[in-house]
Design a protein around this ligand. Structure first.
Ligand code: GAP
Length: 471
């Protein structure tokens, strides 16, 4: 948990433009909309549209396959968002999940004090209620005087039941991890898993961030994919290295360019309250080199605190020494929204002057979203060359058949070149064109998004063809 961000790099104009173009594409094509837009929007809140929800689901599906389905020693969980308030006392979040906050006395804007210092290349070291030093206590927006530093707890509060008093106060979870720790014993007993084993969970988390921003990079409501690996303490270093490597490879395997990915070790002064060691996998976003996922050695902090606060024995038996011990935890914690943004940034490709030179319209700049086929929101677009009834009939039959297996689009509007480009822009790997010859030879043309190569495939074999290409 990087509560104290890191120094911002200056972004180039073209990188800023890239971000603007991606935000615009997301809105125009139905990936991501600003939330509550007809009411003027809600700051830093976003809704995933028809293409966005497909992309998000595909990312989750790939993570689940890798982390749960293909591993015998990891099981899944979907725990409640609302949990017993004592959990947040035990986890240390009530006391320690804070950001240092300052207000401008003049323009009333709020800032994270650590971010202000980092822009001046000063290492942030905060104690509650200490003020910024000398020249640092000026508002970066209007130059006004800043208040003293206050520690601000990032957990959202709400009430359970009819009474809105302290006794009914509960919290929206700021990480999914705690749901895993409090189920550790039940899962161990019901699955009969032996150490080392893992529990994985995907779900929403909520943080009342002081400075959300950069589109879906930092929001107050977001989704996490977290896995907690319970180990014998003597194996901590081995499993930490193992998971660090595995998680980086997952991103590369799904298409992120290795050059855009970096590891960064957390310094002592930025470690979260539970972490002994923490490394981030960072991505080179257009606005900054920033955290995509964290790998944390949480030691026995979580289980020992829950043991202490709940009074339940969470120890396990060491089969060799016959002594009981508390397992340690290696955590992998990634954000789905951030991964989705990284996959979009990496896939976004502009081709000046277009890729085909046969018609006038294709000389325009083209955008191709080169998403990995597994992530692409739509796998196949079925495009009848004309709206003639006999072509539409065959095309509809092909669409109905393929959509039993894959997310497909059907599009019979506009010129075929424009339709290809619309599909390229949302990353559809294959277009199937049904033309007048199809009525005679019972074949269709399949066009590949990346190579633009076209193949004639028999309609009777079309499902097998795509099973071969997409599975
Ligand atoms: N359980 C450990 C934990 O929550 P974290 O580093 O605070 O660790 C893990 O968060 C991941 O969750 C981050 O790497 C990031 O991908 C995502 N994340 C955290 N805060 C976020 C926010 N405000 N908006 C979007 N994603 C966020």
């Amino acid at each position: 948990m990087s509560l104290k961000g890191k120094k911002k790099q200056p972004s180039s104009q073209s990188e800023n433009n890239k971000m603007e173009k991606i935000v615009s594409l997301c809105k125009r094509r139905g990936f991501i909309f600003p939330s509550s837009e007809i009411y003027g929007g809600l700051s830093s809140s976003y809704d995933y549209g028809p293409l966005g929800v497909e992309l998000k689901n595909n990312i989750k599906k790939e993570w689940w396959k890798e982390m749960v389905q293909q591993r015998d020693e990891i099981v899944g969980l979907d725990s409640a968002i609302l949990m017993h308030p004592k959990i947040w006392e035990a986890s240390g979040h009530l006391e320690g999940f804070t950001d240092p906050l300052v207000d401008c006395k003049f323009c009333k804007k709020r800032f994270r004090a650590d971010h202000l210092l980092e822009t001046k290349s000063i290492k942030p070291e905060f104690q509650p209620a200490t003020s910024l030093k000398k020249d640092d206590n000026k508002c970066p927006e209007c130059g006004g005087e800043l208040t003293k530093v206050r520690n601000f707890n990032l957990m959202f509060k709400t009430f359970m039941g009819v009474l809105e008093d302290k006794s009914a106060q509960i919290y929206l979870r700021p990480e999914t991890a705690q749901g895993i720790y409090v189920n550790f014993e039940s899962i161990r007993l019901t699955t009969n898993k032996k150490i080392p084993f893992g529990i994985a969970q995907i779900g929403k988390a909520f943080r009342n961030e002081i400075t959300p921003g950069n589109f879906i990079f930092r929001t107050r409501e977001f989704e996490q994919m977290e896995m907690q690996y319970f180990i014998h303490p003597k194996e901590a270093a081995k499993y930490f290295e193992y998971w660090k490597k595995q998680r980086l490879e997952w991103y590369i395997n799904l298409g992120l360019n290795r050059k855009n990915l970096k590891y960064r070790e957390h310094q002592k002064n930025e470690l979260a309250h539970y972490a002994k060691v923490a490394w981030d996998i960072e991505y080179n976003f257009p606005f900054d080199q920033s955290e995509l996922e964290g790998i944390h050695n949480r030691g026995d902090f979580d289980l020992s605190r829950h043991q202490q606060y709940s009074g339940k024995d969470l120890k396990v038996l060491d089969e060799e020494t016959k002594k009981e011990y508390l397992p340690h935890i290696i955590e992998t914690s990634g954000g789905i929204d951030r991964s989705l943004l990284a996959f979009l940034v990496d896939a976004y490709t502009e081709i000046e002057g277009g890729r085909t030179t046969t018609t006038k319209s294709t000389k325009e700049m083209e955008v191709v979203l080169k998403l990995d086929k597994r992530l692409a929101p739509v796998k196949i677009a079925v495009l009848p060359l004309s709206k003639k009834e006999n072509l539409e009939k065959v095309s509809q039959e092909i669409y109905t058949k393929l959509s039993q297996q894959y997310m497909c689009h059907y599009d019979s509007t506009q010129a075929i070149g424009r339709r290809y480009r619309r599909q390229d822009e949302i990353g559809t790997p294959y277009c199937v064109t049904v033309d007048f010859d199809s009525l005679e030879d019972k074949k269709v043309t399949v066009r590949d998004r990346d190579t633009m190569k076209q193949e004639r495939i028999a309609i009777a074999e079309i499902m097998d063809y795509f099973i071969n290409k997409l599975n």
